[in-house]
Design a protein around this ligand. Sequence first.
Ligand code: CP3
Length: 359
Amino acid sequence: RALRQSKDQKFPAMKNDTLLRVVKREKIDHLPIWVMRQAGRYLPEFREVRKVWSFFELCDNPLLAAEVTLQPLERFPMDAGIIFSDILVVPKVMGMDVIMEEKRGPVFPQPLVEPSDLEKLSIPDPESLGDVYDALYLFRQAVEGKVTTIGFAGAPWTLMSYMIEGGGSKMFSKVKKWIFKWKEESKKLLNMISDVLIEYISKQIEGGAQIIQLFDSWAGELGNEDYWEFGLSYCVRVATEVKKRHPHTPIVMFAKGNHSDMVFKHDCFDCVGIDYAWDLSLAAKYSQQYNKVIQGNLDPGVLLAEKDTIREKTRKMIDVVGVDRYIVNLGHGMWPEHDLEHLAVFVDETHKYSASKLK
Ligand code: CP3
């Protein structure tokens, strides 16, 4: 921690900065690729670690988190590593209990029920998330410039949804009651989360993150007008504030389920994440129109197909978007049942096919 906080903190020189180069629209020799949830249960070595440590024990241990972040990179020539953590560490330090249940995923035993519950929340000292910044620092040192280091956070709307629904949800009726019935109190909560995120993301960058992704996993639960009012406008505020402090760190906005051009319209986002349900040619059209890099969007289900199908779909994506403004990725995270060799084919085809087009 002392090293991370020291003024003459230095990182190894970059040997492969393809991902950062494509965001800056500089010359590259292949398209960069990483995949969401690349550190996860599809990896036998991750499952081994999880036999010994609980999910949040991993998140709270910088050495283990950095080690788990390295796991996929030892198998696949990805162009980036996303730090192992979870979006829910933020509600945790704001005072909420979160448990990770084997089959159900995250559960909040005491969700926010009504506006008076906001009094239970606190604005944490940003260093209470110091384990995440330390993990970023350690990972960036250990990876020796071979890949770009990605930091991330959940977006205010998605975090608010978890804090009120108490976990995953089908109808989002509880959080929708809040925004439509208790509008001002909802905005108070969204602003509170945004304040925490501004500090949290800035500190991730100071710890070693070279690019940041905002995950708005539940963006698609709202129509465009409501998503702007209760979702994207807070992401714009967070990204704009972070950019004032760290103008050169790119931000990727992944608003899963919103398939309009609204994310493309904001200068504070350098790249737009495209989920698997997008029409990629429409996303590519917006990418031209608004001059933005895009990231995505192979359906994770395609990795269950024959290897030739994976190769074919990969080439098609690259043909549709082109090789000058594209970060190849899945349209959502890896699944526990995914096969290692099939992911290897996706990575290999991306590198080979894009390199042949860039020659
Ligand atoms: O490799 C990586 O992507 C790095 C780490 C990462 C995790 N979660 C680890 C994780 C990242 C970037 C996240 C983000 C996250 N967490 C999101 C946004 C992305 C998305 O999926 O839309 C969300 C919504 C969460 C909340 C969360 N955490 C859920 C819903 C779940 C359960 C679902 C599941 O896959 O089991 C988690 C658990 C989780 N987060 C796991 C991992 C590797 C699996 C749990 C385990 O190890 O037991």
